[in-house]
Design a binder for this molecule. Structure first.
Ligand SMILES: Cc1cc2nc3c(=O)[nH]c(=O)nc-3n(C[C@H](O)[C@H](O)[C@H](O)COP(=O)(O)OP(=O)(O)OC[C@H]3O[C@@H](n4cnc5c(N)ncnc54)[C@H](O)[C@@H]3O)c2cc1C
Length: 485
């Protein structure tokens, strides 16, 4: 069986390896000269900047890929568990060190609002129930038939999936800052906590189940290890070439055409590229049913991301590995990003400092960072050629006042990525950071199917298909593929 995988994100690489383990003849095609997609690495003057994912959860999903071929993961990659998972900082000066140490968690909660300790315990118990259903039972189930979702509806309703994550958290927690902290997880997969189904509350428990890890040498080292594994197993890698169309006849896959006009035939095409962009740009000759066209049209997209990468000539030893700083407003700010699609100066941000754990990420005596700010996706029509520099300066100003004094004069290396990069370089519709949003009406059966309903032999893995974005999500999508191909 000949299978082509388009795209080398975590989902695409996992799919290629899983199919190879089933003896498929696998070719993986990546537009860029390097692998990883959102997990690409940018190296500049001794700094190693991981492009995207930095918080590694459920590491067993990565280890499994090596174990498929009886290889020891530790011969390729090294994970280090983090003690403090996130340091949260609020506009009123409150700080919270979030970790897997439940005593320390409850001590901090007690100091903020005594009554919320009990609520926190109850919330964790409830997110375990969601996790058992939504992750353990359903993350790698193919949702390509309506019956599969119909069967699950009663239990999903019992788990209050009609509620948003914020509303679920608020039913247990009273303090405003704690509500924000415990409901922020949808933002990690591209959703607004006020509209994302509470099923995504499972991430809160998923972190607790396996902890939060860092990949020594950066997340890019996982991609490097997986590339070595793919080479050892005889997966053909074509880098630096874009697939320009998917060829089919009578709605059955025949192969793909590349940007150099070369055609490669195959029995299956597995797209790790963003599903809406694939359907619109690579399958232009196929006819879509009215129902499918309606489904595609009604989709709502995740937010965009502004990511500013910078290296400093001094170290900021007080700054944790992962810091989340909330702005003044929360609901209103998210409304601007997701609904009104406009920029707002009252930003919230996530600051990554890998050199806190791994000195190899920066030259001696230097620090390596990236700061990520959620922004509207490109449905906003924001001109990033103008707004990019303004955003960069706004972020530096904000960080100078709180976390990184005298930052501007310490920066020796920097660049930024905007939703334009996600749209033009990674081929993602509207330059969204995480493909379509994780709403109830866009999850499971209602998401883009892993097994395409449009063409036989066409499959999807990655953020836009079931179960969704985030490294554990896209790795699980390759496990779904394993069951249907
Ligand atoms: C800044 C940032 C931070 C994040 N942080 C975390 C985190 O800490 N933890 C976490 O779990 N998740 C995180 N995420 C989310 C996670 O990174 C993504 O959900 C996941 O990596 C997406 O993987 P994917 O398999 O969908 O493919 P992608 O990474 O989206 O890759 C798709 C690939 O397809 C290629 N491609 C597209 N079209 C074509 C074509 N026509 N021909 C050839 N190639 C093509 C693209 O070039 C790209 O390489 C983060 C994301 C971002 C952007």
């Amino acid at each position: 069986m000949k299978s082509i995988v388009i795209g080398s994100g975590f989902g695409g690489i996992a799919a290629a390896l899983r199919l190879k383990a089933k003896n498929h003849n696998v070719t993986l095609i990546e537009k860029h000269p390097d692998l990883g997609g959102r997990a690409r690495v940018f190296k500049k003057n001794g700094f190693t900047f991981d492009g995207g994912p930095t918080v590694i959860t459920a590491p067993y999903l990565i280890n499994e890929l090596f174990e498929l071929f009886n290889k020891k993961p530790e011969n390729y990659i090294k994970f280090t568990p983090l003690k403090t998972w996130y340091r949260f900082i609020f506009e009123d000066g409150m700080k919270f060190d979030y970790s897997g140490n439940e005593n320390q968690m409850k001590d901090q909660i007690e100091k903020i609002n005594k009554d919320d300790v009990k609520g926190y315990e109850e919330l964790i118990k409830f997110t375990k129930k969601i996790f058992d259903k939504g992750f353990t039972e359903l993350a790698d189930v193919p949702f390509d038939k309506p019956l599969v979702i119909m069967k699950q509806l009663p239990s999903l309703l019992k788990l209050k999936s009609y509620k948003s994550v914020y509303s679920l958290v608020s039913s247990y927690i009273k303090n405003k800052n704690l509500r924000r902290m415990l409901s922020m997880h949808p933002l990690l997969v591209g959703g607004n906590p006020f509209t994302t189904t509470s099923i995504y509350g499972l991430i809160l428990f998923l972190e607790k189940k396996w902890g939060i890890h860092y990949s020594m040498g950066g997340t890019g080292n996982i991609i490097k290890g997986l590339e070595r594994l793919m080479n050892e197993q005889g997966i053909k890698l074509i880098k630096g070439h874009e697939v320009t169309s998917i060829i089919s006849s009578n709605n059955k896959i025949e192969g793909v055409k590349l940007d150099n006009q070369k055609e490669i035939n195959s029995d299956n095409v597995i797209c790790n590229a963003d599903p809406p962009a694939v359907y619109e740009k690579l399958l232009t000759k196929n006819k879509f049913s009215t129902l499918f066209q309606w489904k595609k049209k009604r989709m709502e997209y995740s937010m965009g991301l502004f990511v500013y990468y910078f290296g400093t000539k001094k170290t900021y030893d007080d700054v944790e590995h992962h810091t989340i700083k909330f702005g003044e407003k929360y609901k209103e700010h998210l409304d601007d990003i997701f609904n009104k699609k406009k920029l707002n100066n009252d930003i919230s941000y996530y600051l990554h400092r890998p050199s806190a754990t791994d000195k190899s990420m920066a030259p001696k005596g230097h620090d390596c960072f990236y700061v990520l700010v959620p922004v509207p996706n490109n449905q906003s029509k924001i001109n990033w050629a103008i707004e990019g520099d303004k955003m960069k300066n706004l972020i530096i100003d904000k960080m100078e006042k709180t976390l990184l004094p005298n930052l501007r004069e310490s920066i020796v290396e920097d660049f930024f990525l905007t939703p334009d990069y996600f749209e033009k370089e990674l081929n993602t519709k509207y330059g969204s950071g995480f493909s379509i949003q994780p709403k109830f009406t866009q999850s499971a059966y209602f998401r883009f199917h892993n097994k395409s309903e449009v063409c036989e032999g066409l499959y999807f893995v990655g953020a836009g298909t079931h179960p969704g974005a985030g490294v554990p999500g896209v790795l699980s999508s390759a496990k779904v593929l394993d069951k249907i191909i």
